[in-house]
Design a protein around this ligand. Sequence first.
Ligand SMILES: Cc1cc2nc3c(=O)[nH]c(=O)nc-3n(C[C@H](O)[C@H](O)[C@H](O)COP(=O)(O)O)c2cc1C
Length: 174
Amino acid sequence: MSIIPHDFDARFFRSALGRFATGVTVVTCESEADRQPLGLTISSFNTVSLEPPLVLWSLTRRASTLPHFLKTERYVIHVLAASQLHLARRFARGPQTDRFQGLKLKRAPGGSLMLDDSETAAWFECYNLTQHEAGDHLIFIGQVERCDRSFNQPLVYHAGDFDLTPSTEPLSSS
Ligand SMILES: Cc1cc2nc3c(=O)[nH]c(=O)nc-3n(C[C@H](O)[C@H](O)[C@H](O)COP(=O)(O)O)c2cc1C
């Protein structure tokens, strides 16, 4: 990819991007070899197409789960509710085994492993349609095969924090 010059540094770019408020998701799949649950926090989720139903999200090339997401046939995108702030934090750090410690899991209708949490604002079981290289990330296009939603308040990510989310929890604690 050719480099077109720009007049800002990475820190400023990040800060400008942070003005775009997003929801927060946790994307899960299983390792092919030993069927271990894998997941991480993703805010780059977005809609692509209604017909056919397509969504996208981008994954850093540095993610430990990258080889698994490249291979998996399906994955589940969970849109988090405000009450699931703890999951957004938990799925952004630490070993995979800790991320799933004590959490209830279940199978989506198509067989994909997903979180069993009625608080979840929405979930999408996706066929892993395509992946596109884009700078230091890969863009995943998922074809949605099944989905459901609740009407719970969504978790909102903005300016590097969850400061627009109504919550009783202290916001900046790790
Ligand atoms: C709110 C939030 C949003 C995130 N969004 C993304 C994202 O869209 N893409 C990405 O690759 N990492 C994103 N991350 C970072 C990953 O969750 C984090 O790097 C994760 O630990 C990577 O998984 P790994 O430790 O298994 O490599 C986000 C983290 C947070 C807290």
